[in-house]
Design a protein around this ligand. Structure first.
Ligand code: ADP
Ligand code: ASP
Ligand code: MG
Length: 816
């Protein structure tokens, strides 16, 4: 025989009640008729509570009561045959009249005792079960309504009564003996004390009712039918990627639901555990789905943890002072005091120095707890052996749960890495000695981010979501979006990474979407956005959204975003940039960026600062971090100048080559911006700094390519005229090189801490002799690569390769 319990949403509407009946009809009855436990219709218990509270406060409740009645009558009207409706209306009406009288009494007395509170709540389950048993009677000729208050006996702790199992089991068995030929529809949640007064088993207690019946009747299975696909790795409302767990042990299920992760009420586990009855959590709205089985002998799981549970909005109290050190019985005194007054302690941590105790309670218990403690420890507080009690509101607990944690080192490391990288401050930590649970207290504002980040960190088989905020929609920005779009599936399958663009801004507009902007229509969305671009707002918004695994991408060449890098790092957001200005301004700024990023455990990647997508920065970093030392770097890092000298051959003149380069889009609007060597200088400076030299821009010696007349020309046209006028100078250089069978190369060099860029003539033995198009080349001579240098060569400019470099950096952030 099986016990089937249907929760609030499963009895909350006409459709769900029809589904429920279908489930019962299809149930395999070979081992006996099903025993059905029902909750109140969804939301009804909350409504009853609010009516009781309104009445106690002297406010009108009739409107709410009328809504409640209507919800039940609507179901009767839709699901009961006309001839069966009147008896049902009558029975329900009697309940509602009693309820109204009760509430009226509360209103008159302006007093709501726990006893009356429970009695009022009991109408939720009584009405729903009565109504559904009547509907079921149309399908099963042996359906019977059962009031569990007559069978489940408890003490008088109203609100969360403790069950007298022995007596209850006897009563249930006795009753079942007489009625095993009927389909029983039992009210969940409610019970009664010795004086026959109604008690309740705690919020969510219908699950417990099912386990009590299951245990008394030695059921083969207890099924909990709800509105999700079983127990999931986290609350699916908070973590979209949460997935269903196939199996759990009772302890794991208990730990996962302990902090009020609903799905199942923790006390449910005990009777089932004692009798080794499996609990199966199933989805009423997807009955075919296997759901989760909680059982004794689970097969070994490959998952490092089973799930993450959390409780939001709790308060913590911190008591500290020398008076606690070495005092045996101090915590006993503290906690017995709170227990005596029924204050539930959610979590406790004590520092090993015994200097402080931190514990968490529900916000509504704070005031009471504080007063009690201040009274109890009055003398210690007066003598300053204890510091004044500190209360912190708006906190949350996040816990990772799973039996596998016991055998696996590094679990807490992974937890704290994920939290730290996302800037989540941990207020207190507790690890159960069972090692099945590690709990941390964090700020409520960080809970959603923390849950998702920790979920990503532990369930690596799922894709990790990066939230990117992109500045700049020029050539590179646009190309990056195209590449991300084209490689979306590949990224998910091969790298396990999903990139969501959570914000885009250009100089005119900005848009945001925490779920990710569409990579197909971002342009239209940005165009239609009503939000005018404002860099400061863009960055504040990015911080406020507080998304996990967040990356700021600067695809501009503007100095403005640089001002914000430091605060971005301080918000634990990584930065990926192709903007060279940040790294090539003052050395102190360069260093600050690095130090701040490191301090906050985030990444600062700028591969495209030098040689676009070529792996230059990364190579240098790898050499340095593996203990190698750079002796010399030689490089051609200006794609534009390379192009110009590669085409400055035979009978072309310099003027025409520059013009051609400009026409092909290889130069800045004023080609002198390239030919002056400033851009090249910046790259050399960044390389020198990354190679460990504390260098400023003025330390890089630049040999001019252009004669003075070209440099001082007012306009671009004047510049071209000056180039023509100086043709003899360039022709001379070219002829000399050709005579000596050499080529002209503009080469950057770093040696002995000195950086320079010079125009050289190199012969065919030089590694830079053969260079085509706008290629870059760099050779590293190091302690290890001393005989033959390590050379990186390839296209070092263009939107495609630069965007690809930014893309690679982004993926590297994801990998950390
Ligand atoms: P019922 O009314 O059927 O008893 P509950 O509301 O008590 O249902 O519990 C189901 C809800 O629990 C789900 O809708 C889900 O939002 C929430 N929940 C919280 N944590 C989890 C989790 N780890 N797995 C599944 N559901 C969870
Ligand atoms: N109706 C009760 C509640 O909402 C019991 C339950 O649904 O399990 O807490
Ligand atoms: Mg529930």
């Amino acid at each position: 025989m099986k016990v089937l319990k249907f929760g609030g949403t499963s009895v909350g509407s006409v459709n769900s009640i029809q589904t429920l009946l279908n489930i019962l009809k299809n149930d395999d009855k070979s081992t006996g008729l099903p025993v059905v436990v029902l909750s109140a219709m969804s939301g009804v218990t909350n409504l009853l509570i609010s009516m009781a509270e309104e009445a106690a406060a002297g406010n009108d409740f009739t409107q709410t009561l009328a809504e409640l009645e209507k919800r039940h009558y609507d179901v009767v009207k839709k699901l009961l045959h006309v001839q069966n409706q009147n008896p049902a209306y009558t029975r329900l009406k009697i309940h509602f009249n009693q309820l109204e009288e009760l509430l009226q009494g509360v209103l008159t007395l302006k007093e709501l005792t726990p006893k009356t509170h429970d009695l009022i709540l009991s109408y939720g389950e009584r009405c729903s079960t009565l109504m559904i048993s009547k509907i079921a009677a149309q399908h099963f000729d042996n359906a019977l309504f059962v009031d569990a208050a007559e069978l489940i006996k408890t003490d008088s702790s109203f609100g969360h009564a403790r069950v007298n199992m022995e007596l209850t089991e006897l009563l249930i068995r006795g009753f079942y003996k007489e009625n095993s030929d009927k389909v029983l529809f039992i009210t969940g949640f409610i019970a009664s004390n010795e004086a026959e007064q109604i008690t309740t088993l705690g919020r969510g207690g219908s699950d417990y009712t099912a386990a009590i019946f299951g245990s008394a009747l030695n059921a083969s299975e207890i099924q909990i039918w709800t509105d999700v696909n079983g127990m999931m790795t986290a609350d699916p409302r908070m973590v979209k990627k949460a997935f269903s767990l196939e199996e759990l042990t009772y302890t794991e299920a208990m730990e996962l639901s302990y902090f009020g992760a609903k799905v199942i009420y923790p006390p449910t586990m005990t009777p089932a555990f004692l009798k080794k009855i499996p609990i199966v959590i199933k989805n009423t709205f997807d009955p075919e789905f296997k759901g989760t089985v909680i059982r004794h002998d689970c097969k070994a799981s490959l998952l490092p943890i089973k799930g993450i549970s959390s409780i939001n909005n709790i308060s913590i109290l911190n008591l500290q002072g020398s008076g606690m050190v070495g005092k045996s019985g101090f915590s006993g005194r503290l906690f017995s005091l709170l227990a005596r007054e029924q204050i539930n302690i959610i979590l406790i941590t004590q520092s090993s120095s015994e200097h402080s105790i931190t514990f968490a309670v529900q916000p509504e218990d704070v005031y009471h707890a504080k007063t009690l403690i201040e009274q109890e420890f009055e003398l210690e507080l007066l003598a300053q052996k204890l510091d004044p009690l500190v209360v912190e509101q708006d906190q949350a607990i996040l816990a990772i749960v799973g039996e596998n944690m016991k055998q696996t080192p590094g679990m807490s490391g992974k937890l704290f890495h994920a939290l730290g990288r996302n800037g989540v401050n941990v207020r207190a930590i507790a690890q159960g000695s069972s090692e099945y649970n590690i709990s941390v207290i964090i700020s409520s504002a960080d809970l959603a981010k923390a849950l998702n980040a920790v979920h990503d960190a532990f369930f690596v088989q799922l894709t990790k979501t990066l939230h990117a905020f992109c500045l700049g929609t020029g050539n590179i920005g646009r190309t990056l979006f195209d590449q991300l779009n084209a490689h979306r599936d590949f990224l998910q399958e091969n790298n396990g990474i999903q990139v969501k663009i959570a914000g885009i801004s250009n100089t005119r507009k900005m848009v945001f979407n925490a779920d990710g902007l569409s990579l197909n229509s971002w342009k239209d969305e940005l165009e239609q956005s009503v939000t005018t671009a404002n860099l400061e707002d863009f960055i504040s918004r990015m911080k406020e959204m507080n998304l996990p695994n967040c990356v700021f991408i600067d695809n501009t060449a503007s100095p403005k975003p640089i001002e914000f890098y430091e605060t971005i790092f301080k918000s634990n957001i990584s930065v990926v940039t192709c903007n060279k200005i940040g790294n090539s301004a003052s050395y102190s700024q360069y260093k600050t960026f690095r130090d701040t990023a490191r301090k906050h455990g985030v990444d600062f990647f700028y591969e495209t600062n030098v040689g676009a997508g070529l792996p230059i920065i990364r190579t240098l970093k790898d050499l340095m971090s593996s203990g190698d030392r750079v002796q010399r770097i030689e490089a051609i890092l200006s794609g534009t100048i390379s192009f110009i000298f590669n085409h400055f051959k035979a009978d072309v003149n310099f003027h025409d080559v520059v013009k051609m380069a400009q026409e092909k889009g290889y130069t800045e609007p004023d080609p002198r911006d390239d030919l002056r060597g400033t851009d090249f200088m910046r790259k050399m400076l960044i390389l020198a700094r990354d190679a460990g030299y504390e260098m400023e821009a003025t330390d890089v010696q630049i040999e001019r390519i252009l004669p003075k007349a070209c440099l001082v020309a007012q306009t671009v046209d004047d510049f071209y005229a000056a180039l023509l006028a100086e043709d003899a100078y360039f022709a001379n250089l070219k002829d000399k090189a050709e005579r000596e069978k050499k080529v002209l190369r503009y080469i950057g060099k770093l040696e002995d801490g000195k950086a320079s860029i010079t125009l050289q003539m190199v012969d065919e033995n030089h590694p830079f002799y053969m260079l085509s198009g706008s290629d870059n080349i760099i050779s590293f001579t190091t302690d290890r690569y001393k005989e033959r240098p390590l050379v990186v060569k390839g296209p070092g400019a263009g939107a495609e390769v630069t965007a690809a470099g930014v893309f690679a950096d982004l993926i590297n952030v994801g990998a950390n």
